[in-house]
Design a protein around this ligand. Structure first.
Ligand code: SAH
Length: 223
């Protein structure tokens, strides 16, 4: 069973934007070598349109980030796709997400794993996203737990996590994330301030971590 289309779970918002999303997948995702049917199903299941301000609906499938208020942005679809793809979710994982923002990435993750624990530090974004989530009837949304706090501390009460994804860039990996990651698990995050790289950090043992650089990226800073 493909995790992106768990049995008995229908589309919440009617996929009124199906053609536009299909075009986005073709020109922005598959064309850049991400071939992931479960991920594509998730992109259809939660159109990006539902997460951007009303005034930007017509640009929801743009190939770039968009403002979501409070000086923050919703990530470029390709970056959401790439980071999600790199997590290689099978449906059973517990994921820690840092930087909820508008909740788009959280919804995509929720289609593909069993629990998403997502942390946001800006109260206005947290409140707005909590309200938005409450309006969805898709059962995947129930797998998302939202927290208003500093993501640098992680969510100790829900640890350990199989995967960690962070959508804001820092110079170093907070210790809490390292200790809250299960051995054998990995995190996908941008690292570096001026020139950041998207990296995968794998926890090989309690004390041993390995790092792989994927591509150079631009992200908002981790507060
Ligand atoms: N995940 C979002 C992208 C959000 S941009 C998406 O789906 O598009 C990064 C987010 O990280 C912002 O909302 C920002 O407020 C948040 N952030 C920055 N520093 C943080 C911190 N220390 N703890 C939690 N969230 C943080």
């Amino acid at each position: 069973m493909a995790p992106g289309s768990k049995k008995g779970e229908g589309h919440d918002a009617q996929d009124a934007h199906g053609d536009e999303i299909e075009e986005m997948l073709r020109t922005q995702i598959r064309s850049r070598d991400i071939h992931d049917p479960a991920l594509e199903a998730a992109f259809h299941r939660f159109p990006r349109h539902l997460f951007v301000p009303a005034s930007l609906q017509h640009r929801a499938c743009d190939d770039g980030p968009l403002p979501i208020g409070e000086g923050q942005t919703i990530s470029q679809p390709y970056i959401v796709a790439l980071m999600t793809h790199l997590l290689r979710l099978t449906g059973d994982e517990k994921v820690l997400e840092i930087g909820t923002g508008c909740g788009y990435q959280s919804a995509i993750l929720a289609c593909l794993c069993s629990e998403v624990h997502s942390v946001e530090i800006v109260p206005e974004l947290y409140e707005g996203t909590k309200k938005r989530m409450a309006e969805f009837t898709d059962p995947a949304i129930k797998r998302i737990h939202l927290y208003l706090r500093n993501g640098r501390d992680g969510v100790p009460e829900a640890a350990p996590f199989d995967r960690i994804l962070c959508a804001a860039t820092a110079d170093t990996v907070p210790e809490a994330w390292k200790s809250q990651l299960r051995t054998g698990g990995w995190m996908v995050l941008p690292l570096g301030r001026e020139a950041a790289d998207l990296v995968i950090i794998t926890k090989q043992s309690e004390t041993e971590f390995t790092k792989r650089v994927v591509i150079p990226v631009r992200f908002v800073p981790l507060v």
